[in-house]
Design a protein around this ligand. Sequence first.
Ligand code: DHE
Length: 587
Amino acid sequence: MTPQAKSARSVLLGSAALALGLLAAPLLAEEKPKDHTDGPAAAYEPSMTTLGQLKVEIPGRKADDPVMTAEEFQQATTIYFERCAGCHGVLRKGATGKPLTTDITRENGYDYLQSFITYGSPAGMPNWGTSGALSEGEVDMMARYLLLEPPQPPEWGMPEMMASWKVLVKPEDRPKEKMNDIDIDNLMSVTLRDAGQVALIDGASYEIKAVIDTGYAVHISRISASGRYLFVIGRDGLVNMIDLWMETPATVASIKIGIEARSIETSKFEGWEDKLAIAGAYWPPQYVIMDGETLEPKKIVSTRGNIYDEQVYHPEPRVASILSSHYKPEFIVNVKETGKIIFVDYTDLKNLKTVEIEAERFLHDGGFDSSKRYFMVAANQRGKIAVVDTKEDKLTALVETGGQTPHPGRGANINHPVYGPVWATSHLGDESVALIGTDPEGHPDQAWKVVDSFYALGGGSLFIKTHPSSQHLYVDAPLNPDAAVSSAVAVFDIAAMGGDPNVDPEFKTLPIGEWAGIADGQPRVVQPEFNKDGTEVWFSVWNAKDKESAIVVVDDKTLELKTVIKDPRLITPTGKFNVLNTKDDIY
Ligand code: DHE
């Protein structure tokens, strides 16, 4: 079956997985959108929660402005940043959703806005009113709010960064050798999302070695090239640098690099190990290069600029994933709204050289192929994977996956029995898994093409994972609306994958949520991650903040349950980052 034919069977997710189209089309009764809820699927569009906490004032009032008190304006701004800005942009100039600038909103008028916010649209605007997510009063307030000029959130430049920068333990006061008996390569840094912490869990004993306070709604962990320093970033832009050599690993430096942020990475090229770190922000739209031992900010680069194809100015292109090249002393920075992949040469920050690649809009997450030469990144709202060659600094291909909203995490590299080396992605918007050939020399006919596409458990997948020493491919589906699906994982036997695109490989379903034995709540199973040897795979069983969560460890050979890690400190575990695999980009 071709991916296109197969997509007819695909299960579409709720409206929030799609671009919002507030002013796109009139609402037809028979096309009433599905109820919008506040579940993780709906919340998957970026929520600018930190911006939502800013204190704002009504910008320059006009004579015919709707009546709005300062308190209402503040409340409406919080709602707007948390729920609307992810799609419509902080400045309301549009991102995946339509622009909501006052020239447009005033033209359409209060009644139109009130009705759209209440009922939503088939194009993807959630029905905030009829779903009960916003009260009648809040809908009225938001309609009036959109008729006023938007507040401009502050910038975050060098003075603000310097004021936030702390070196808690100076490099000269840090241990000269490892002071603990932890097998660092087998340590797992686990995001405790709603606690604003990471847990460091020993891969052999499953013991929690430390729980460390980090930024708000902490997001990802990355590891320095030597494996000594762990870098963690919160959605509030707070970066924690943790020294894993200390008797009990702890933060040695921290800095706030922006007001909303998602990505962090460190220099990995030979001779540059542990020298620099880089972080990317959603607001202000910028990336920051820092000293790799102290986090001292060295260089801030704005990503504001023109969209690659239309060549129209975009005021807030967010920095999505950042990777560190293994081929050159370069960072690979993915800029979402302008669709540009920027290679940043970090050898001379005073005379910064960058290569700007025209890729595709809405770049999000991605990883390397197995040779680590090619970087594959999802332009998720465009259904494509952009492939860039980190040796030549060039765009290699744009591959349509055939599925809806590819979301690979860092993807999975498989040695396919028929097609050779391929890289896999699953999808947020449907149940398909796409395999893309990555071996232009050994398998030139398959290179940068979807060689096969088949079904996993269901739509709502976020992460897919394998390991060079594993024969299995794991696919999660945490955002699937069906609780039985969102709490399980599909496992494919790589050796049994055939060459007939009409025959879908079979998969086993592991009831990870059930294995966790949690009675209360409806936990979702998210992000498979291997231990250092590739013999075990860990899954987060992600429950509500006030309910029990767990980590389930599965034996990769037998696919049987090995252990369940439970601890009252494991609040909302989501991402897990094994030190060795993360450092060496093994996936
Ligand atoms: Fe993530 C990676 C952005 C919601 C867990 N997430 C990423 C990356 C980006 C991103 C840009 C790539 C970072 C890199 O490689 O440098 N994530 C966003 C959002 O904008 C979004 C959609 C909404 C938001 O408001 O933040 C979002 N992410 C989530 C979640 O809700 C998840 C599931 C749970 C959580 O902890 O927040 C989540 N994101 C992750 C994880 C990774 C990630 C675990 C790293 C995957 C990996 O294997 O490297």
